[in-house]
Design a protein around this ligand. Structure first.
Ligand SMILES: NC(=O)c1ccc[n+]([C@@H]2O[C@H](COP(=O)([O-])OP(=O)(O)OC[C@H]3O[C@@H](n4cnc5c(N)ncnc54)[C@H](OP(=O)(O)O)[C@@H]3O)[C@@H](O)[C@H]2O)c1
Length: 347
């Protein structure tokens, strides 16, 4: 079977200038040991953190890339009780976080970063890390959800503390990446009003078509926090799904209502320092900032059930075949995508 692995000096260089490349290997099909499951992967999707792996942020050499993958069980090892051959499954990226509030031992193992990921024709996973895919969801949808979808879901659910948004709440999303578009769609399905930011008029139209009530162009309106306040009659939003990082956080704090919350998700707006003056309103407005680390296996099960019940259809930017995985990653690294970039096999 074929699999990709990260490697310095590896032949494929999907991310221009990045120190870590990609190699395609042909190896014997792995055999599941006790407690393990062999899965034929049908679809993967890409996430911003995969680019961090190519840029050398983590020691990933020799590992199979990608957090996200869904497929069909081929074989189970001794003692496996949760799955049988033919079952459709998707892996939770936090392979050791089963439920509830994370413990130190729950968060050390992340597929595609600290341990082998999903970009192979067949992968071995412990049965504990896998979740059954509801019949209503296809492999591409399932493969789009574990990292970006779960991050959006956990943001709206208030993290492990489960302080979820109520119907009628106003949610602010930033940009049109994978997490943000899922946040728009899930928030709408939960009965929330959505205000979104983006960088272009065409993307604004896309956000409106997904149900955003108002869209602010952050290129044209650098003080977009003030504009969001206007759009909420000076009150502010209940929740920000903060994917931007230090360069967007001051405006996000400004846009949040007193007593509101900010889900700290990512850094797509770039790294840098933040002046404490910009953070003082966290105290003045008694805001809650909470971490987002995707979620547990139980959270992923909840999300898949919600997606199946509400007919969630991910925004798919583009789909590439397994043999063109390097092109898919290069396209994603080009930053022109809207929604999920997918790598799919023939079913
Ligand atoms: N903590 C966790 O467990 C977790 C899980 C998943 C993701 N994340 C993080 O969340 C972030 C988003 O991930 P993703 O996979 O959704 O990323 P992505 O798909 O790569 O997002 C790219 C989009 O970000 C938007 N963007 C860029 N600069 C922006 C800015 N200054 N303000 C607002 N939007 C901006 C752009 O959309 P527009 O052109 O429309 O602005 C761009 O298309 C990443 O930092 C990722 O590492 C964290």
């Amino acid at each position: 079977m074929k699999r990709y692995v990260f490697g310095r000096g590896a032949g494929l260089r999907p991310v221009p200038g990045a120190p870590v490349g990609l190699a395609l290997e042909e190896v014997d099909a792995p055999k599941p040991r006790a407690g393990e499951v062999l899965v034929a992967i049908r679809a993967n999707s890409l996430n911003f953190v995969d680019l961090n792996c190519f840029s050398g942020a983590f020691p990933v050499d020799g590992r199979i890339p990608l957090l996200d993958g869904a497929g069909e069980v081929l074989e189970v090892g001794a003692g496996v009780t949760r799955f049988a051959p033919g079952d459709r499954v998707v892996a939770n990226p936090h392979a050791s976080w089963l439920a509830g509030v994370p413990r130190p031992e729950s968060v050390g193992e992340v597929l595609g970063i600290t341990t082998d990921g999903m970009l192979a024709e067949e992968v071995i996973q412990r049965e504990d890390s896998l979740v059954r895919i509801p019949d209503a969801l296809d492999f591409v949808t399932a493969a789009s959800l574990p990292c970006a979808g779960l991050s959006a879901w956990s943001s709206l659910m208030g993290g492990p503390a489960r302080f979820a948004v109520a119907p009628g709440s106003t949610v602010l999303t930033l940009g049109t990446g994978g997490v943000s578009l899922f946040a728009v769609q899930l928030a709408r399905a939960m009965g929330c009003r959505v205000i979104a930011t983006t960088s272009s008029a065409s993307k604004a139209t896309r956000l409106e078509s997904l149900g955003a009530a108002a869209v602010v162009n952050y290129q044209e309106t650098p003080e977009w926090g003030a504009r969001v306040l206007e759009l909420t009659d000076g009150v502010g939003v209940d929740l920000v799904v903060e994917v931007g990082g230090p360069n967007t956080l001051p405006q996000s704090i400004r846009a949040t209502k007193a007593g509101g919350r900010i889900a700290m998700v990512g850094i797509v707006g770039g790294l840098g320092s933040i002046d404490y003056v910009d953070m003082l309103p966290i105290n003045h407005k008694v805001l809650t900032l909470f971490a987002n680390g995707m979620g547990s296996r139980a959270d992923l099960e909840d999300l898949l059930r919600f997606a199946a019940e509400t007919g969630l259809e991910p925004v798919i930017d583009s789909t590439f075949g397994f043999d063109r995985a390097a092109d898919a990653i290069a396209h994603f690294a080009g930053r022109g995508h809207v929604g999920k970039v997918v790598i799919a096999r023939e079913a």
